[in-house]
Design a protein around this ligand. Structure first.
Ligand code: HEM
Length: 131
């Protein structure tokens, strides 16, 4: 089968079954039918993930480079643009940016309050000692 075929997540769910398990890892669709009984992690975990996006389950295990090379053989296509997810490696970076954005957006309120107090104090001082 052509390895550049496009699948939606719904296509994967519908096509996959226990005898022909398909799974999605990082936007790539794999047919693991012939790999099932060779998988060092066992058949069961692959059956559990069949028809699904197994990216997180796959990455949680911390699969080796060998495993990543091995899986190329089972690629049958990719997810259609509408169903693509952020690549797993890019997902973890996110929170760091959120924290620094919060820091900068609140910084202007740190000087606007003392500035307003200083102006108010000047006005009151002038008003009291004007005469
Ligand atoms: C085509 C996809 C996959 C391939 C080629 C693959 C390949 C491998 C290989 C080669 C290993 C031996 C350890 C290593 O080299 O990292 C392994 C272990 C394992 N795999 Fe997979 N795997 C695939 C998908 C999955 C998925 C979707 C899961 C879901 C949870 C999974 C769970 C595990 C587990 C639990 C182990 C055992 C880890 C251990 O004993 O420390 N694998 N896999």
């Amino acid at each position: 089968m052509a390895a550049d075929k496009k699948f939606t997540l719904a296509d994967v769910q519908e096509t996959s079954n226990p005898n022909k398990p398909l799974l999605v890892i990082d936007n790539v669709v794999y047919d693991v039918t012939t790999f099932m009984n060779e998988h060092p992690g066992g058949e069961e975990v692959l059956q559990e993930q069949q028809g699904k996006d197994a990216t997180e389950a796959f990455e949680d295990v911390g699969h080796s480079g060998d495993a990543r090379e091995m899986m190329q053989k089972y690629k049958i296509g990719e997810l259609a643009d509408s169903d693509r997810q952020i690549p797993f490696n890019a997902r973890k970076e996110k929170p760091k940016f959120e924290v620094s954005e919060t820091d900068t957006s609140s910084s202007w309120t740190a000087w606007i309050i003392p500035a307003a107090l200083a102006i108010a104090a000047t006005v009151i001082y002038k008003f009291l000692f004007a005469k």
